[in-house]
Design a protein around this ligand. Structure first.
Ligand code: EPZ
Length: 421
């Protein structure tokens, strides 16, 4: 098992560039299945969720060649439309291979991706969306068989603006004659990025980023060269690393326009946040001030993927802050670990109340999910003494060598191997 060891108490300062977004790169990799031409993707994050997605594409017969942060994908040799069971359990986002495979082969077999640490992660909205396009869905012992022989354009109404379900339907509709409309679509920026990629390949998607998306079916899609948008959650996490240490950090290549909710909360806590088109400079006070309430919501509300990081900031802020997690049902696993460092967090259902304390103390803590793990590293940056965060590989799912990024800003953090578990 791998862990991070963090020596707290150092102010983070400096400049760092934001890499490509995990939650844009993953659906875009799936969308490569929509064309038989080569696709060149640049600035792809070197994180394990992307590696898992590449493994899935290769298992389906695609060729993927990576060179640094660039990746060439050729799906010409794709010869399977059944998702490999083991892999689809390893990564939740394999479920949005469903739409592209159906669009290409008019049939697909996937297994339930299963729940994870933050919740059950059902896929009912994905399946109801595809059924509205005429897909016959048969579920048998955890395996989902989809027959798209009678697929057609149509009107899809999502009961909840699910990011993945919106993406699946967008991709499934790409080559269906006629126009498909998605109502109550998710509005996350990564959806607009996926649409931009698809349109670069010749699709006709409009309205992405709004609650109503129209997909006009085209005959076929062609290859493209594309750079996914920068990662707003990694960017927000790096800003929080500066905020919790009373530091000053400048981010380049930042998706500024997509970070208004996060930057507003950081200002509310006493940080100075200056923005240009693609840069953010944050200057933090020695001690933050708690905001009164934070509610996570679908975009453009406060992003659930930044909730754990903000909870970490509250632990040593002046005053008391309340955080309500409206998107996932079990996303406070990091709170108990922070309390072991001396934090005072009371959780009840979807609500956490945090009484700020003057000081956290280093401890051995365990990451239970990707963003909670990153938040424990942030807490360690502030804590007195040494903090060991176990399960580093969970954090590697969404952060490219986080220890290198934070060390570049002056943090004292290293990766260790803590025996085989
Ligand atoms: C995407 O997950 C992101 N993952 C998540 O990021 C992010 O937290 C989430 O969107 C919300 O923004 C990727 O893009 C790969 P949802 P997704 O479908 O698509 C319920 C991270 O840390 N729901 O919008 O799975 C679901 O249970 C990850 O980078 C249904 O009930 O999110 C959840 O409560 C974590 N039925 C809510 O909707 C469904 O069919 C939001 O889920 C689908 C979802």
């Amino acid at each position: 098992m791998e862990s991070f060891v963090v020596e707290g108490g150092r102010r983070l300062t400096g400049t760092i560039r934001v890499d490509g977004a995990k939650n844009a790169a993953l659906p875009i990799l799936a969308a490569c299945v929509l064309t038989e031409d080569d696709v060149l993707l640049r600035d792809m994050p070197q994180i394990t969720d992307v590696s898992r997605m590449v493994d899935i594409l290769r298992m389906l017969g695609c060729r993927v060649e990576a060179s640094g942060h660039d990746m060439t994908i050729s799906t010409r040799g794709m010869n399977r439309c059944e998702m490999p069971d083991g892999l689809s359990k390893q990564i939740r986002s394999s479920i949005f291979m469903l739409g592209p495979i159906l669009s290409r082969f008019r049939r697909a077999t996937v297994t339930y991706p299963g729940g994870c640490e933050i919740g059950m992660r059902p896929i009912d909205l994905h399946l109801s969306g595809l059924r509205a396009l005429g897909v016959q869905v048969r579920e048998e012992g955890g395996v989902i068989h989809c027959d798209g022989g009678g697929m057609h354009a149509g009107e899809v109404h999502l009961d909840y603006p699910s990011v993945g379900a919106t993406e699946n339907v967008m991709m499934a509709a790409a080559t269906l004659p006629g126009t498909t409309i998605i109502h109550n679509a998710a509005r996350e920026p990564e959806i607009a990025d996926l649409a931009a990629f698809m349109n670069c390949c010749g699709a006709r998607v409009s309205g992405a980023g709004s609650a109503a998306i129209a997909i006009e079916g085209v005959g076929c899609l062609h290859g493209a060269e594309y750079t996914p948008m920068p990662d707003r959650i990694v960017a927000g996490t790096l800003l929080c690393a500066a905020a919790i240490t009373g530091g000053e950090v400048r981010l380049s290549n930042a998706p500024v326009a997509d970070m208004t909710a996060v930057n507003a909360k950081l200002r509310e806590m006493g940080c100075r946040v200056a923005e240009t088109a693609d840069e953010i400079r944050l200057t933090a006070p020695e001690r933050l001030t708690a905001f009164s309430v934070l509610q996570t919501q679908p975009h453009p509300g406060f992003p659930t993927d930044m909730q754990a990081q903000m909870l970490a900031l509250l632990t040593t802020a002046r005053g008391t802050g309340v955080v309500v997690e409206n998107v996932f049902e079990n996303r406070f696993t990091h709170a108990g670990e922070m309390n072991r460092m001396g934090a005072r967090i009371l959780c009840s259902g979807r609500t956490a109340v945090v009484h700020g304390v003057p000081q956290l103390n280093g401890a051995q803590v365990t990451a239970r999910d990707l963003r909670g793990g990153a938040a424990l590293v942030l807490a360690g940056l502030r804590a007195a003494g040494e903090t060991q965060v176990d399960n580093a590989t969970l954090i590697d799912r969404g952060y490219e060598r986080i220890e290198r990024q934070l060390s570049a800003l002056g943090a004292q953090i290293r990766r260790i191997h803590t025996g085989d578990m």
